[in-house]
Design a protein around this ligand. Structure first.
Ligand code: APR
Length: 235
């Protein structure tokens, strides 16, 4: 059965009100990435890192943020396509799930989850977490960290992703700048196994030349259109 693998990045959630990483000012929500999204930052100033992700979580759960037409189109594809549709997202938001997708891998972790370094368990997290938080699983206090893959850490589920790419017929990348590996290398891998590769992005990404097809525009326009075409082709 044919399989589609879709890599998504911050651009698919931009029209949902969540800022992308590499804005013109080079800052992520007013912070340098290395001050909030590295293991070193967490060791140096845990309260800043806790506060930063608590704010991101609060924003994600606010009324202003909702899944958009691009997230919903991918859920529609999962329902209508006769083969497997797998979304591999670099995003830590839950907008694919809210849009209706069920087959989703969060390779860079999830904002609504915490990781206990004492028992290695994960717990759903909707409120604030800090150095005084206890793990709901083992009860140990002070060992919870955001379940985010920071710079310098290894992305999650790489084996499952590689396996999926090996058998894929179509590979699409949506809203990702191609700056961060290993995700930016998926297109070359998919191409090497004979998949059709397509980039859907506001502008050409750093790796656009590796794709067989490039479509430019806002995700809420280009993604539903592409999904309609794939469903109509039915294979
Ligand atoms: N529709 C489609 N694409 C868009 C839109 C939109 N409305 N708005 C922005 N984009 C594009 C930008 O042109 C850019 O190429 O989305 C891309 C976003 O790029 P980045 O901000 O670099 O985000 P991403 O590629 O997801 O970053 C990868 O880097 O910081 C780390 O771990 C973090 O997962 C993240 C990773």
């Amino acid at each position: 059965m044919a399989r589609i693998v879709i890599l998504t990045g911050a651009g698919i959630s931009a029209e949902s009100g969540i800022r992308t990483f590499r804005a013109a000012d080079g800052l992520w929500e007013n912070h340098r990435v290395e001050d909030v999204a590295t293991p070193e930052a967490f060791r140096r100033d845990p309260s800043l890192v806790y506060r930063f992700y608590n704010l991101r979580r609060e924003q994600l759960l606010s009324d202003e943020v909702a899944a958009n037409a691009a997230h919903e189109a991918l859920a529609r594809l999962e329902d209508a396509f006769p083969g497997e549709v797998l979304v591999v997202t670099q995003n830590i938001d839950d907008l694919h799930e809210r849009g209706g997708s069920e087959n989703v891998i969060h390779m860079h972790g999830e904002l609504l989850q915490s990781w206990c370094l004492a028992c290695d368990g994960r717990t759903e997290t909707l409120g604030a977490v800090d150095a005084g938080s206890a793990c709901a699983g083992c009860g140990v206090v002070g060992r919870m960290r955001p379940d985010i893959v920071w710079f310098g850490e290894i992305p999650y589920a790489m084996e499952r992703i590689e396996e999926a790419l090996t058998g894929c017929r179509i590979f699409a990348a949506i809203g990702t700048s191609g700056n961060v590996y290993p995700a930016a290398g998926f297109v070359r891998f998919a191409d090497s196994v004979g998949a059709h590769t397509v980039e859907l992005n506001l502008e050409a990404s750093l790796v656009h030349s590796a794709f067989a097809e490039v479509r430019q525009g806002p995700a809420t326009e280009v993604v539903p259109q592409w999904v309609d075409e794939v469903i109509a082709a039915g294979r």
